[in-house]
Design a protein around this ligand. Structure first.
Ligand code: IVH
Length: 697
């Protein structure tokens, strides 16, 4: 196809030919540039290279609107023409675990004490802060000068919105003082006050612009403006509450950190409290919940943070949230509305979820017209009928749910709902296994709904994150046989002409899509594994697998054998996962997934097509235990097993559950049993707890 297109004269081209050819040329020229400059090994003559460049220039001259951001005619490193430049955060911007009940808050505290090996009643100071409902941002200061501001993005990479953040008066453009670290990242929440939102909406309505459903959408929409002069007109505020990279320690506690921020000219929330016990934080929660409506801005709960920075560092992180902080959310607003119909949705593993189609109603500032009914028992137990008036709620970002029927409002024409026993999409039997709440479509690989959901998961934000290929489009692409397995997505460049025939697609949107796909030909191993959509394998498990296998080649090789029950590879996988609390059921799902030839082949096709990056353990360079395999055995004195393991991993080591020839260190605590014995038999180095602490100090 490239060859045919290459023969086409520029004068005879239509837009689509031009777009495809520009893309091909961009890629080829970049390859030749690399071969020439980086590898000193040109693959074509200078004259041939010039022909390619001249063709690129000629097409751009005739179709200037199709010129690509990565065009060879533009300087290297030029910022993308649309959207924002990406920023990799020096320290990831993590999120918080959510809890809703006092019981869960008590567990959070108990877990901290266990992890730190403190007594059950030991005092742990906590700072309680209102959880602002806005957009989190990171502000970077170098030598006290504000140099860069970014959104959180996917926590590792965000968007550079420095110019827009400069328009916010709460954000100091320069900070003064002898104690300002030369590198300082301040994190916080950009938000819009409620009165400011009301005034903005009046103006928007008068000008025929967007009216915002809630302050958070307004803040996000305003920050994302490409035209900074628009952001400047939006009344945005900011509270600072955390730090990212810093060249020096700022304060020994969160409380003192907040004082320092104030001195430097940041706004911090006035309702922050220093607490010393569970009772105190819960009292603080109750008090703030009472005055919540009187605050000039939206909050959706409280955040509790361990005050001592030293303890924070020991507690560290589990997957994407800190162990030292948690969000205690307010219970959700509940609203009445009419339930008109019940539909059944098929998930990527075939599970059937009943969904209520509702009379649209605003809940927590968002218009809701559908809500989940969870499963068939939920409908029966709550006696929910079509035509009923129901109470619905939205809790945080969770999908709205039907809470209960408003019995007094039931009319005689309400009808009980019969849950289907066949899949609404492919008609296969839908069966319910013992012990499972959900009925599942047995259509497996022949069920289009399941296939489409799997593909949607594959391109979703935490997976391949391919913009412009969301729900509706994937469905069409599937039914038009443009995409049937994930690898097909990466062949779409050859099918541009067919996409063009579809409604709603033009040259520009096709070029954007192909561009977005190209950006993902290189991907991290953990994202790749997560994208496969193996049942029960979420981001945390995917990361663990990446850590275990390091390279996709190892994963594939092992999976060929690990699918055999009882094999050594499977036993190792089970061991490894169990260490992190991942049970054999998940390992069973992984095995089942890879034993299905369709899945195995789909993965192999992707491996051949993509550049899947090797997993690099963090802190590789500086730590003496980086890349080493460590086994802990027996009880440790100064820390719990969980902390020991987390610490070792943070320093780049791999922690294994059993001793083998591959083990580098065995750390022996009190009453160590067979593992220490085996280690000695194998002649491995066995360390006492103190020796271990000295090694990692
Ligand atoms: S601390 C590692 N403090 O809540 C902890 N977050 O679910 C970093 N948020 O992304 C966050 N108010 O957007 C923290 N006082 C507060 C907050 C707060 C609002 C948001 C923030 C974060 C999200 C976590």
């Amino acid at each position: 196809m490239i060859d045919e297109l290459r023969k086409l004269a520029v004068e005879d081209m239509f837009d689509l030919d031009a777009a495809v050819e520009l893309k091909n040329l961009a890629r080829e020229i970049a390859e030749h540039d690399r071969a020439y400059h980086r590898d000193d090994a040109p693959k074509i003559s200078d004259a041939e290279y010039d022909v390619l460049r001249r063709r690129n220039d000629a097409i751009e001259a005739r179709f200037p609107h199709l010129a690509r951001p990565d065009s060879p005619s533009k300087k290297v490193g030029a910022a993308p023409a649309t959207g924002y430049e990406k920023v990799t955060h020096a320290k990831p911007m993590l999120s918080l675990g959510d809890v809703f009940s006092e019981q869960e808050v008590a567990e959070f505290l108990a877990k901290i004490r266990r992890f730190l090996k403190l007594g059950e009643d030991a005092a742990v100071e906590l700072v309680a802060e209102p959880k602002i409902d806005g957009v989190s941002v990171s502000l970077r200061y170098e030598g006290g000068v504000f140099v860069q501001g970014a959104t959180r993005g996917d926590s590792v990479t965000g968007e550079n919105i420095t110019k827009n953040l400069r328009t916010i008066s709460d954000i100091p453009k320069q900070i003064f003082g002898s104690d300002v670290p030369s590198i300082l990242e301040v994190r916080g929440e950009v938000y819009m006050r409620r009165d400011a939102l009301a005034a903005l909406n009046v103006r928007q309505q008068a000008n025929g612009g967007n009216v915002f459903a809630n302050p958070r959408n307004a803040a996000a929409g305003s920050l994302r403006q490409l035209d900074t002069s628009i952001t400047a007109q939006r009344p945005l505020s900011m509270f600072a509450y955390a730090w990212g990279e810093t060249s020096a320690t700022i304060a020994p506690t969160q409380w003192m950190f907040l004082q320092r921020l104030k001195e430097w000219g940041f706004e911090t929330n006035p309702n922050v409290r220093l607490c010393h016990s569970l009772e105190e934080i819960l009292a603080c929660y109750a008090q703030i919940e009472r005055v919540r409506g009187d605050l000039p801005y939206d909050i959706d709960g409280l955040v509790y943070k361990v005050n001592s920075v030293e303890l924070q560092e020991r507690l560290a992180f589990v997957s994407r949230s800190p162990r030292w902080a948690i969000a205690h959310k307010f219970s959700a607003e509940q609203v009445m509305t009419k339930l008109w119909e019940i539909n059944v949705q098929v998930g990527r593993t075939g599970s059937l979820t009943p969904v209520a189609e509702l009379e649209p109603v605003a809940v927590g500032g968002v218009l809701v017209s559908r809500a989940t009914l969870h499963n068939e028992d939920y409908i029966t137990e709550k006696d929910i009928r079509v035509g009923d008036t129901v109470l619905i709620q939205r809790a945080g970002d969770v999908i709205p749910q039907v809470v209960e029927v408003v019995a007094d409002e039931r009319t005689s024409d309400s009808r009980p709902y019969d849950f289907p026993d066949t899949c609404p999409d492919c008609g296969s039997q839908a069966v319910r296994k013992e012990g499972e709440a959900k009925r599942r479509c047995t259509g497996g690989l022949v069920c289009p709904a399941q296939a489409i959901e799997r593909l949607k998961h594959f391109v979703s934000r935490n997976a391949f994150d391919i913009e412009g290929l969301g729900g509706k489009h994937m469905k069409t692409f599937y039914h038009r046989e443009l995409v049937r397995s994930p690898a097909d997505i990466f062949w779409l460049n050859r099918r541009a002409a067919r996409i063009f025939e579809l409604e709603g697609w033009g040259e520009k949107s096709i070029a954007n899509l192909l561009n977005a796909i190209d950006l993902r030909r290189k991907i991290s191993l953990e994202r790749f594994i997560y994208a496969l959509g193996i049942p029960q394998v979420g981001q945390a498990t995917a990361r663990l697998m990446a850590k275990h296998y390091l390279e996709v080649g190892n994963l594939l090789k092992e999976m060929q054998v690990a699918t055999v029950p009882g094999s050594q590879a499977q036993a190792e996988l089970v061991d490894f996962m169990e260490l992190d609390g991942i049970g054999p059921a998940v390992v069973g799902e992984i095995r089942d997934f890879f034993s299905e030839p369709f899945n195995f082949n789909a993965v192999r096709d992707l491996v051949n097509l993509l550049d899947i990056q090797e997993f690099i353990p963090p802190d590789e360079t500086s730590s003496p235990i980086a890349g080493k395999t460590v086994v802990f055995t027996g009880g440790l004195e100064t820390m719990s097993r969980g902390e020991a393991k987390a610490k070792a991993e943070a320093l780049g080591a791999k922690v294994a559950g059993s001793v083998s020839k591959k083990t580098d260190y065995v750390v022996e605590g009190a009453d160590a049993g067979s593992k220490a014995r085996k280690a000695r038999e194998l002649g491995l180095s066995v360390l006492t707890e103190n020796e271990w602490l000295a090694l990692i100090a």
